[in-house]
Design a protein around this ligand. Structure first.
Ligand code: NAD
Ligand code: APR
Length: 233
C-alpha cells in the first residue's frame, strides 16, 4: 500500500446500520416496509405527496437522533492523517460522516438535511416537517420536497465522482449491496482505470466478484482495522 496516494471510499446504508439507521434491503430493511414506488419515485410523490413527506419526515427525525459509529470516526481520522487525497462518496442521506468530522463528503443521493424548492431550485437546511407543505424561504412558493434522489432521477455530483475515480489508486466500498446503479458500477470503473479495489461488507454483496479483495464483517470492526493498516498502525 506504500505507493498509494488517492483513495475513493463509497459508503452505503451498511455503514450506518450499527448507528441504528435501517438499511434498505437487509431483512426488515426500509424497502420491505414501504413500496419503493410509493415513497422513492417522482411518480409516487405526484400520486401521494403527503405519504412521501411523512415517510421522509420520519426518516429525518430518526436520523437526527442517531450518532456516528466507529466506522464513521475511523474514516474521518483517515481523512485527517492520510498522506494523499481521500474522498468519501456516500449513497446515504444521513449526515453521520460529517458529524464524525469528515469534511470531503459527496452525497450522490442527496441528503435528508435539505429541502429542495422545485419552483426556484433553492436548497435549504431543513430540520422540521415538510408535511404541511410550507412556503419556500426564497420564493414563497409551496413547492418544497425532500432533497433526496429518487429512482429514475439522476444522482448528484457524478462529474466529480468520475474525476475522482480517474485519479484513484484505491477504491474501497463499505456497507453497500451493489444493487443500485450507478454506484454499483464504480468498482468496475475504478478497476478499469488501474485502481486496486477493496470491499468491506457484512456479507458478500452483488458486486463482490468485481473486487481484488473482499472482507466480511461489521463496519465498526472492519473499517477501524483497515484505517490502522493504511496509517501503518
Ligand atoms: P435503478 O433503477 O438502477 O435501481 C436499481 C435497483 O434499485 C433495483 O435493482 C432495486 O434494487 C432498486 N429499485 C429501483 N426501482 C425500484 C422499484 N420501483 N422497486 C423496488 N426496487 C427498486 O435506480 P435508479 O432508477 O437509477 O435510481 C436513481 C438513483 O436514485 C439511484 O442511485 C438510487 O439509489 C437513488 N435512490 C435514492 C433513494 C434514497 O432514499 N436516498 C431512494 C431511492 C433511490
Ligand atoms: N457493517 C457492514 N455492512 C453492513 C452492515 C454492517 N454492520 N449491516 C448491513 N451491511 C451491508 C449489507 O450486507 C448490505 O450489503 O450493507 C448493505 C446494505 O445494502 P442496502 O440496504 O441495499 O443499502 P445500499 O447499498 O446503501 O442501497 C443503495 O439504493 O435504495 C437505494 O438510494 C438507496 O442509497 C440506497 C441505494
Amino acid at each position: 500500500m506504500a505507493h498509494l496516494r488517492n483513495i475513493v471510499v463509497l459508503t452505503g446504508a451498511g455503514i450506518s446500520a450499527e448507528s441504528g439507521i435501517d438499511t434498505f434491503r437487509d431483512g426488515g430493511g426500509l424497502w420491505e416496509r414501504h413500496r419503493v414506488e410509493d415513497v422513492a419515485t417522482p411518480e409516487g410523490f405526484a400520486r401521494d405527496p403527503e405519504l412521501v413527506q411523512r415517510f421522509y419526515d420520519m426518516r429525518r427525525a430518526a436520523v437526527l437522533t442517531k450518532q456516528p459509529n466507529a466506522a464513521h470516526h475511523a474514516l474521518a481520522r483517515l481523512e485527517r492523517e492520510w498522506r494523499g487525497e481521500l474522498l468519501i462518496v456516500t449513497q446515504n442521506v444521513d449526515d453521520l460522516h460529517q458529524r464524525a468530522g469528515a469534511r470531503r463528503v459527496l452525497h450522490m443521493h442527496g441528503t435528508h438535511l435539505n429541502a429542495w424548492c422545485t419552483a426556484c431550485d433553492a436548497r435549504h437546511r431543513w430540520s422540521g416537517t415538510l408535511f404541511d407543505n410550507p412556503p419556500c424561504p426564497a420564493c414563497d412558493t409551496r413547492a418544497l420536497r425532500p432533497d433526496v434522489v429518487w429512482f429514475g432521477e439522476m444522482p448528484y455530483e457524478m462529474d466529480r465522482i468520475h474525476a475522482a475515480l480517474r485519479d484513484a489508486d484505491l477504491f474501497v466500498s463499505i456497507g453497500t449491496s451493489g444493487a443500485v446503479y450507478p454506484a454499483a458500477g464504480f468498482v468496475q470503473d475504478a478497476s478499469a482505470l488501474g485502481a486496486r479495489t477493496l470491499e468491506l461488507n457484512l456479507e458478500r454483496s452483488e458486486g463482490s466478484h468485481w473486487f481484488d479483495e473482499t472482507r466480511q464483517g461489521p463496519a465498526t470492526r472492519l473499517v477501524p482495522q483497515w484505517v490502522e493498516e493504511m496509517l501503518g498502525g
